[in-house]
Design a protein around this ligand. Structure first.
Ligand SMILES: Nc1nc2c(ncn2[C@@H]2O[C@H](COP(=O)(O)OP(=O)(O)O)[C@@H](O)[C@H]2O)c(=O)[nH]1
Ligand SMILES: [Mg+2]
Length: 359
C-alpha cells in the first residue's frame, strides 16, 4: 500500500490533519496544544475519491462500492537539530524513511494561543527548517556510505569508482541546499542509490494549514517556483464541521472550508506513477491503485494471488469508451471490448474482468 508521511514541526496540526484524512478516533487524544503529543507514528487509511466509481456502481447496480486506499503516517514533529539527534530526531527521521511520499505540513494559521516552537508564525522559514534537517540526514547517510566505499576502494577500485562518483554528485547538490528529488537521475543511478534510503529523493507535496486571513502567498510562490504541489487546507475548521453537508455549511457561511481532495489524490497518483483500474459487477465495484508499468498479470495479483497464478486472459474496456457506449452490447459492437494476455499493460481507467483457471 502507498504510504504518505505527514512531516513538519511539532504542534502545527499534523495529527489533526491525520484525523481529517483517516477519521481514526484513537488519534484524537493526541491532538493537543503542546509539542510532542505524538511520539509513535499513527497509521491510518483513506479512501481515494474517484467519481467514476459511483457511476460504474450505478450502472452495474453493485451491492457494494470499495474504493482503493492510501495510508497516511502521522510522524512526530521534527525540530532544528533533528539530524543531530535533537528531540529524538534520529528516531523520527527513520520513520520518514518508510514512506513513499513526504507531505510537508506547514502552520500558516495565526493565533498566539497555540504554542509555536519557533515563537512566531513564518511558513517559509518553517519549511526551510524541516528541509534542512532532511538534507543533513541525507548528507550523513552519504558520508557513511562514502567512508565504507573508500576503505573498499583499494581492493576493488573498478567496482567502487562509479558509485563514489554518484555519491560526490549527490553530496554537492545537497550541500548547495537542493533536495535530491530536484535532480534528474538516470534509472541506473537511481538503482544504485536505492538501498541508501535517502529522504530528499522522495517526492514531496506541501499542505498549508491555514485559516481565513492567514499569510500563505510567500510559501505558495516558493512552491510554485520549485514546482512543488501546494495544497491549502483549513484543518481545524474541516474537523469541526466534518459532518455538515455543503448546504448546511452554506447556511453558516463557511462553504469555503470544504477541501476537495480530488486534485490532491490525482497529484499523489502522478508523483508516484500510479494508475487506477476497476473491477465491476452486481456484487461489488472496486477501484485499484497500481504502478503504471504493471502488466495485466501483475494487476491480477493485487486482487488475489490465485488469479495471478492461474491467469488466462483479461477482458477489458476503458472508462472513456464506456462513457460513449454505456453498455456491453454497444461496446462489443464497436470492438471496444478486448481480450488481452498477461503482458498487456493495464491502462488508466480500464475496467477489467480477469479470467483464470483455478488450480
Ligand atoms: N487555531 C488553530 N489551531 C489549530 C489548527 N490546526 C491545529 N490546531 C491546534 O494546534 C494544536 C496542535 O495540533 P496537533 O494536530 O496536535 O499538531 P501536531 O503536533 O503537529 O500533531 C492543537 O491544539 C490543535 O487544535 C488550525 O488550523 N487553527
Ligand atoms: Mg501530533
Amino acid at each position: 500500500m502507498i504510504k504518505i508521511g505527514l512531516v513538519g514541526l511539532p504542534n502545527i496540526g499534523k495529527s489533526s490533519l491525520f484525523y481529517f484524512f483517516t477519521r481514526q478516533t484513537e488519534v484524537l487524544k493526541e491532538i493537543a496544544n503542546y509539542p510532542f503529543a505524538t511520539i509513535e507514528p499513527n497509521h491510518g487509511i483513506m479512501p481515494v475519491p474517484d467519481f467514476r466509481l459511483e457511476k460504474l456502481a450505478q450502472n452495474f447496480q453493485s451491492g457494494k462500492i470499495t474504493p482503493s486506499v492510501i495510508e497516511w503516517v502521522d510522524i512526530a514533529g521534527l525540530v532544528k537539530g533533528a539530524a543531530q539527534g535533537s528531540g529524538l530526531g534520529n528516531e523520527f527521521l527513520s520513520h520518514i524513511r518508510e514512506v513513499d511520499l513526504i507531505c510537508h505540513v506547514i502552520r500558516c494559521f495565526a493565533g498566539s494561543n497555540i504554542e509555536h516552537v519557533e515563537k512566531s508564525v513564518n511558513p517559509l522559514r518553517d519549511y526551510e527548517i524541516i528541509q534542512s534537517e532532511l538534507i543533513l540526514a541525507d548528507l550523513q547517510q552519504i558520508e557513511k556510505r562514502k567512508q565504507k566505499l573508500q576503505t573498499l576502494q583499494k581492493k576493488q577500485p573498478q567496482q567502487t569508482e562509479e558509485e563514489l562518483e554518484i555519491l560526490i554528485y549527490l553530496e554537492q547538490n545537497l550541500m548547495n541546499g537542493s533536495a535530491l528529488s530536484q535532480l534528474k537521475l538516470t534509472a541506473e543511478q537511481k538503482k544504485t542509490i536505492k538501498s541508501y534510503n535517502l529522504l530528499t529523493i522522495k517526492p514531496v507535496i506541501i499542505i498549508a494549514n491555514y485559516n481565513q486571513g492567514a499569510e500563505i502567498k510567500e510559501l505558495e510562490n516558493y512552491a510554485k517556483e520549485k514546482q512543488i504541489y501546494f495544497f491549502p487546507l483549513s484543518v481545524k475548521a474541516e474537523n469541526e464541521y466534518l459532518d455538515l453537508s455543503v448546504e448546511e455549511k452554506k447556511e453558516l457561511g463557511i462553504e469555503w472550508q470544504t477541501a476537495n481532495l480530488g486534485p490532491l489524490t490525482e497529484k499523489i497518483k502522478e508523483l508516484l506513477n500510479l494508475k487506477v483500474f476497476f473491477t465491476a459487477g452486481p456484487k461489488e465495484t472496486k477501484s485499484w491503485l497500481a504502478s503504471k508499468e504493471m502488466s495485466a498479470k501483475q494487476c491480477a495479483g493485487l486482487i488475489h494471488s490465485d488469479i495471478e497464478k492461474g491467469f488466462a486472459y483479461v477482458q477489458v474496456y476503458n472508462y472513456q469508451d464506456w462513457l460513449i457506449y454505456p453498455n456491453e452490447q454497444q461496446l462489443s459492437e464497436k470492438g471496444k471490448i478486448r481480450s488481452k494476455g498477461s503482458q498487456y499493460i493495464i491502462q488508466e481507467g480500464d475496467i477489467c474482468l480477469f479470467l483464470f483457471s483455478a488450480r
